[in-house]
Design a binder for this molecule. Structure first.
Ligand code: ZN
Length: 318
């Protein structure tokens, strides 16, 4: 039996054929061109699904189900994207559209939740039952897994951990309408913003020298980590503060849910222990009543594949 996972993004539609060992054995992708109608976008998605099936000469009877990960809020079993700002979708029935072309079961889930499920099935948190995955990217995505299943909340909106406030007084304005949200301080975007500011104030630091073309505009998260490794004081100070911001939100998550593992995803997870070791140390410092931290804090291991694998296996865990 095979599973099809779709990562429906604002820019690209990525489709993977996944086998029973959670391996992506075929993949294809195409542009979303999100200015189009949902019918046109989903027709393309169905064609991409057919394409991965054709690559292995598979028919509908070989496919357990198709799972779609999408930004926004979705009703998984009904197969409906209730709202996606990113795609401009409002109550779009993905299941009905896909089934016009491929008669198999179709499920839809928030993309961060799919990535969390992927990491639990075969990534950093394999074998763990209660896990929270936080993805530090443009914002902060969150996925909560309880007893091996995605916890979607009562109305499908759970897991928005990035929008928990960590700074009430003079907090930075957030796209969600609140001020001081965690993602304004601990997302990759926040680190890059702060690094560019620090580079301006400390022209002697290695941040600019190590950026591509020695242009401050090219400072990214990797430049900050690389400069810190070379003992650049500005970068070290910057990262230290950044780790504390991450730890603040992770501690909130642990205090609320006490998962056995917290997985940190996003491009920054490539830093592995350079990220998880200091964050773990700061979380330990902030633990409730000084209790011993038992939750393991790990870097994600699947990268972009997590979302596709998690989406593909949705039908087996709902
Ligand atoms: Zn917010």
């Amino acid at each position: 039996m095979y599973y099809i996972g779709v990562d429906l993004g604002g820019t690209n539609i990525a489709v993977g054929l996944v086998d029973e060992n959670y391996q992506i054995i075929e993949s294809v992708s195409g542009p979303t061109k999100r200015e189009r109608s949902s019918e046109e976008i989903l027709k393309d998605m169905a064609s991409l699904c057919k394409e991965v099936m054709d690559k292995r000469n598979l028919s509908e009877k070989d496919i357990h189900s198709i799972g779609v990960g999408s930004p926004g809020i979705a009703s998984p079993k009904e197969g409906i994207i209730l709202f996606s700002n990113n795609l401009g979708f409002d109550h779009v029935n993905v299941k009905n559209e896909i089934q016009k072309y491929i008669p198999v079961d179709v499920y839809v889930e928030n993309d961060a939740n799919c990535a969390a499920l992927g990491e639990v099935l075969c990534g950093a948190a394999k074998g763990e039952k209660n896990v929270v995955v936080v993805t530090l990217g443009t914002g902060i995505g969150g996925g909560i897994i309880i007893d091996g299943k995605i916890y979607g909340g009562s109305f499908f909106g759970a897991g928005e951990i990035g929008h928990t406030v960590i700074q009430m007084t003079d907090g930075l304005a957030c796209s969600c309408g609140r001020k001081g949200c965690w993602e304004q301080y601990a997302s990759a975007t926040a680190l890059i913003r702060d690094a560019k500011e620090a580079a301006k104030n400390h022209p002697e630091s290695k941040l600019i020298a190590m950026a591509k073309n020695q242009d401050a505009q090219n400072i990214n998260a990797k430049v900050v980590f690389d400069a810190a490794q070379e003992e650049d004081e500005t970068a070290k100070e910057l990262l230290n503060r950044y780790f504390r911001y991450i730890a603040c939100g992770v501690t909130n998550v642990i205090n609320a849910l006490e998962p056995s593992a917290v997985v940190i995803g996003g491009g920054i997870s490539a830093q592995k222990e350079y990220l998880t070791e200091p964050v773990t140390r700061y979380v330990q410092e902030e633990m409730y009543g000084g209790l011993q931290l038992k939750t393991i804090i790990k870097a994600a291991t699947l990268g972009n594949d997590a979302g596709i694998i998690g989406a593909a296996l949705l039908g087996t865990t709902l």
